[in-house]
Design a protein around this ligand. Structure first.
Ligand SMILES: [Zn+2]
Length: 542
């Protein structure tokens, strides 16, 4: 999906001994959105914006090894080896000739044997090239100015982490001018380094620069156009995580010490096998317990009592990303955790000051994770609300930029459920977000030109077919067998095919079988067929 921005100049942070000027360059193709104020809570802001930076650049996918040290050593050895070789050259000549002819024979033999290997390797490198290229593309953070707060949002390039920093106006000791809306801001690593220089004793001006929107007759060259083509899966992931926030959830508070303990368990242990999950054990009136699998290390959160009235066990994935909160620990008063259910995204809100809070969302999946399907449901159509009613709901929210469903319902004399369904649909399309802390919906246009959710709903035709098969009840005779570290599920699909799927304890499809033509032709090389996927979806639904 193509994103085009036009920035007036670059974002910069100017530092002198007595003052810091934080100046964000907004996307001027968008409706004018700006903000000028003086920061009051400087250190929390510095720490929180730095944590957000770590989300933007987070990539928990495989990282290639850094070979630079080895190459330097190699270079220094070169002369030594050349000198050694020249010294013995004359005596070795005849020996070389003899070995050379032997070697040639061995080589041609080897060529025959290894040809298939190199072919496969070349394919793999081409795949890496494409993938690494995609890893360079990151959507600059989205910034939204509202009547009560300014918030930044970003989504990591590996599609596993969502970050949002909300700064209420109490974070500023003076707000000069602002205009509500959403814009992208020019962002760079350099900017991150400059943020580190924010100090309590320095007056810090914070500006989403209104000047960019001035009509300029000269100096067009100061504008910088940026065009990026982001993978659809990334945009889909962003929308899925946003939509997850609107779902029903189980919420509880944790102490910063609890999160510090989680991080310490993860630092001290490395998992070789799954499940790589945290199992939260929630019992009314009892301390919350987090069990780290597969080691079954229990962390009892002694000061954090579960206030809900129903006992629950919920397992969530993506736990190593919790380390992104480490920098916030010294300035966080408490964390609120929101869980949607096993295998679903989870959210951790760090309360920094009264009105400054940081939300970390863990999607529970990473890029190119075709074998995960728990998230598929998030972007499904929810509503049979007529288009004009939906439009009215949107315009009502737009009036104040933020609102609760009950207020909108009473103002429009609509059923609250209708209002909620409409707003969830707008969230799926990237036009609205749900604020977990304040329980309000907020206007936030992710993409200037809007997003075609229909085109984005499914990642492939196979996904779509599988989802429809499951929805239409074409999956029958569902049976499951649990083994120690996996579950085998079998079903009869479309009254025609015997399908089975093996899901490991990280909820990932590791194998499947089907009696259809697709499976016969491709086996699992192109991922599971629609029937295998539908079997899995039907099992998840149950
Ligand atoms: Zn099949």
């Amino acid at each position: 999906m193509k994103f085009n921005y036009k920035y007036s100049g670059n974002s910069k942070v100017e530092n002198t001994s007595s003052a810091t000027g934080v100046n964000f360059a907004p996307d001027i193709l968008r409706e004018p959105t700006y903000f000028v104020g003086n920061l009051d809570k400087k250190i929390p802001f510095r720490e929180a914006i730095s944590a957000l930076h770590n989300v933007v650049t987070a990539d928990f996918n495989f990282q290639p090894k850094d070979n630079t040290e080895y190459l330097t050593w190699l270079k220094s050895q070169e002369d030594v080896w050349v000198a050694e070789a020249t010294a013995e050259a004359s005596t070795l000549k005849s020996e070389i000739a003899r070995l050379q002819s032997k070697l040639n024979k061995v080589r041609s033999e080897r060529g025959k044997i290894t040809a298939p290997y190199y072919k496969a390797q070349r394919k793999y490198f081409n795949y890496l090239l494409k993938r690494d290229y995609a890893a360079w593309l990151v959507l600059d953070p989205v910034i939204t100015v509202h009547p009560d707060q300014v918030f930044f949002e970003c989504f990591s390039k590996d599609e596993s982490v969502y970050g949002k920093l909300s700064c209420g106006y109490e974070v500023f000791n003076q707000v000069d001018e602002f205009k509500c809306g959403t814009t992208n801001i020019d962002y760079s690593k350099k900017l991150y380094n400059e943020f580190q220089k924010i100090r309590t004793y320095k007056n810090t001006e914070f500006k989403i620069d209104p000047k960019g929107f001035d009509v300029k007759t000269t100096g067009e060259e100061t504008y910088r156009e940026v065009k990026i083509d982001l993978p659809d899966s990334w945009v889909r992931g962003f929308l899925q995580v946003s939509t997850a926030m609107t779902s029903d959830k189980v919420s509880f508070d944790l102490n910063p010490i609890d999160i510090a303990n989680f991080i310490s368990v993860l630092k001290r242990n490395k998992e070789k096998t799954g499940p790589r999950a945290i199992k939260y054990i929630l019992k009314p009136g009892n301390p919350i317990i987090a069990v780290f699998e597969p080691w079954n290390i229990e962390v009892e959160c002694l000061q954090s009592i579960y206030q809900g009235n129903e006992a629950k066990e919920i397992r969530v994935w993506g736990r190593r990303r919790i380390a992104l909160l480490e920098r916030l620990l010294p300035i966080t008063t408490k964390f609120t955790v929101h869980l949607l259910g096993s295998g679903m995204p989870s959210f951790y809100t760090a309360h920094l000051t009264n009105e400054m809070y940081f939300t970390l969302g863990l999607s529970g999946w990473t890029a190119n994770d075709w074998a995960q399907s728990t998230q598929l449901d998030l972007l499904m159509p929810r509503t049979k609300v007529p288009a004009n009613t939906m439009q009215t709901v949107y315009l009502e929210l737009r009036k104040d930029w933020l609102n609760t469903t009950s207020k909108i319902a009473s103002q429009l004399q609509l059923d609250e459920q209708v209002v909620k369904q409409s707003l969830v649909t707008f969230t799926q399309a990237g036009k609205v977000i749900y604020d977990l802390k304040n329980n309000v919906y907020r206007i936030r246009e992710l993409k200037r030109e809007g997003i075609d959710i229909e085109a984005l709903r499914f990642s492939s035709e196979t996904d779509k077919e599988a989802y429809q098969l499951m929805e239409n009840g074409a999956v029958t005779r569902l049976k499951s067998n649990a083994f120690r570290d996996k579950v085998e599920v079998s079903a009869f699909v479309k009254n025609q095919y015997n399908s089975s799927v093996i899901i490991n304890n990280d909820l990932i499809i590791v194998d499947g079988k089907c009696t259809c033509g697709d499976y016969y032709k491709n086996k699992m090389t192109k991922g599971p067929c629609a029937h295998i996927l539908a079997t899995r979806l039907a099992f998840d639904k149950k």
